[in-house]
Design a binder for this molecule. Structure first.
Ligand SMILES: Cc1ncc(C[n+]2csc(CCOP(=O)(O)OP(=O)(O)O)c2C)c(N)n1
Length: 381
């Protein structure tokens, strides 16, 4: 006879410890815990597991204790943020990863290798983990241990074998509404300012409730050089994750003005995040794309953004407003407009390639950046 873990009792225990924000991508082994999270907590359905880690990280920075759920095949999708976001910034997420392809059990061929290396991969990433017990009392003790790691700002993962959770059905039906109300396409020639000029406009528009998240590479470095302040986060790694991080912060703290500054290479890398952002459509998030049509930070190699109509895509993904920006003046006008009227907004600005000579790098460590941003956010609470 198989004894299954009482999912609701376990989920309530998680909730008692403060874990009530979830993000993930489904796996049948985790179905019941996901259903519990959808029924009883806040569950954000990510487009991929890496985005889920970034969303959960944002929620953590915004003051939530957060959980990520994924199949082990998706752990590979999450390697970039688990090694270059949660590790350097010391963002503790609690993870549940299924063990498809468990050695000794019959499973599909695509899970065979991952089943053998899941725990080794966690070890390699220096993530503390345990197999989740299906005995509820043992599992509760395990949760206490996990919570101690989280409190020490270290991630902790449970590896979940087949037939661990008992059945939970979905209670709530999601409502599907398309939110795009305004789309403005390119209508005239572009001013094509430098990235620094664009960042300067963005930075001058900030107020006491603004959090600024800058994408990987020179965007963050220029932002730092422009003005290093506690409401900024320079996303040194985890390329493509900046708007997912922003989504997490924006959902966790609806009173903040969350400004996400993206690059075309970064956005293309994880474009599925636009769909997630549009679906959850936090009104307090502004997503600005500075598009130089290159991977400028790594030597100016062309990206494939030339044919891409980002304004159309963001609108189609459900951003309430999606606007092509031709000049710095328009940029400032639309930022002010967003602050006044609040609605998930996407702004696409073409910028010039290149940056200033001898551009520095943040001297403040990622962990310090995170800690002071958390303090900034807490003080606004
Ligand atoms: C997953 C991953 N792949 C590659 C890199 C190397 N990298 C850092 S910044 C960057 C270019 C980013 O391009 P874009 O977002 O267009 O910004 P830009 O450099 O043009 O400002 C690359 C390829 C990385 N940090 N992470």
């Amino acid at each position: 006879m198989i004894f299954l873990l009482n999912t609701s009792e376990f989920g309530n225990e998680l909730k008692k410890l403060g874990f009530d924000f979830y993000s993930g991508v489904p796996c049948s082994f985790l179905k019941s815990l996901i259903n519990y999270a959808i029924n009883e907590c806040n569950y954000i359905a990510a487009a991929n597991e890496g985005d889920a880690v970034a969303i959960a990280s944002g929620a953590y920075v915004g003051g939530k204790k957060s959980v990520v759920l994924m199949q082990n095949s998706g752990l590979t999708n999450a390697v970039s943020p688990l090694t270059s976001l949660t590790y350097p910034f010391q963002i503790p997420v609690l993870g549940f990863v299924s063990l498809r392809g468990e050695p000794g059990l019959t499973d599909e061929p695509q899970h065979e290798l991952m089943g053998q290396i899941t725990t080794q991969l966690l070890d390699l990433m220096q993530i503390k983990w345990e197999y989740l017990s299906s005995d509820v009392n043992e599992a509760k003790l395990q949760l206490e241990t996990a919570n101690e790691w989280i409190e020490k700002e270290r991630p902790f993962f449970f590896v979940v074998k087949k037939d661990t959770f008992d059945k939970v059905n979905l209670k709530r039906e999601e409502r599907f509404v398309h939110h795009n109300k305004k789309k403005i396409d390119k209508t005239s020639s572009d001013e094509v300012p430098s990235r620094m000029e664009a960042l300067d406009v963005i930075n001058r528009c900030k107020d006491e409730k603004t959090v600024q998240l800058a994408t990987t590479g020179k965007t963050g470095r220029e932002m730092y050089e422009l003005e290093d302040c506690s409401n900024n986060l320079y996303m040194v790694g985890s390329m493509g994750c900046v708007s997912s991080l922003g989504l997490g912060v924006a959902l966790a703290r609806e009173d903040l003005n969350v400004v996400v500054i993206d690059g075309d290479g970064s956005l293309l890398m994880r474009m599925g995040s636009l769909a997630t952002n549009g679906f959850y459509h936090p009104a307090n998030m502004l997503h600005i794309l500075l598009d130089n049509q290159t991977h400028d930070s790594t030597g100016g190699q062309r990206t494939v953004s030339h044919n891409v109509n980002f304004v159309d895509i963001a609108a189609a993904c459900g951003y309430e407003k999606s606007i092509y920006i031709h000049s710095l003046e328009e940029l400032e006008k639309e930022i002010q407009e967003w602050k006044k009227t609040k609605a998930l907004t996407f702004l696409h600005l073409k910028i010039a390639k290149g940056s200033k000579q001898n551009l520095g790098r943040p001297k403040v460590t990622p962990r310090e950046v995170k800690t002071r941003l958390q303090r900034f956010i807490n003080e606004k609470g």
